[in-house]
Design a protein around this ligand. Sequence first.
Ligand code: GTP
Ligand code: MG
Length: 148
Amino acid sequence: AEQTFIMIKPDGVQRGLVGEIISRFEKKGFYLKGLKLITVDRPFAERHYSDLSAKPFFNGLVEYIISGPVVAMVWEGKGVVATGRKLIGATNPLASEPGTIRGDFAIDIGRNVIHGSDSVESATKEIALWFPEGPANWQSSLHSWIYE
Ligand code: GTP
Ligand code: MG
């Protein structure tokens, strides 16, 4: 089944949004397959966002991500990469629709609470980076009540 990497950024942890965010993914019908609270160092954050290393905001972005613990997660389910991004909302929270996580809980692009992989390919890379031990293996007994 499709999996994605979701990270609650340090501002989301500091602001007590962890439960709310996990709840939205759970209620939608996605399955939690990996979870850890972790403070990453600069080289690790630079690796995670290596595609953005040429951007003028790269240093600030790395500073932000290493500024406190993050909640790193693997979520699984049909269409979870694209639909996870829909639950999260547009990158700039002032442009994110209300009802999305960023639309409901954030203002500035540099404090946008949450990360989600942008493609199945990125998800595979990011899960390997953050969960070298591999995600958990369990199946929900409610599966057939959610998936036809
Ligand atoms: P992620 O899920 O965090 O990867 O966000 P995204 O995929 O919606 O956006 P993108 O990958 O392009 O950028 C990664 C992160 O860099 C964003 O979530 C922002 O926190 C930050 N960022 C992106 N663009 C800007 C910008 O123009 N200014 C600032 N200050 N930060 C930015
Ligand atoms: Mg991105």
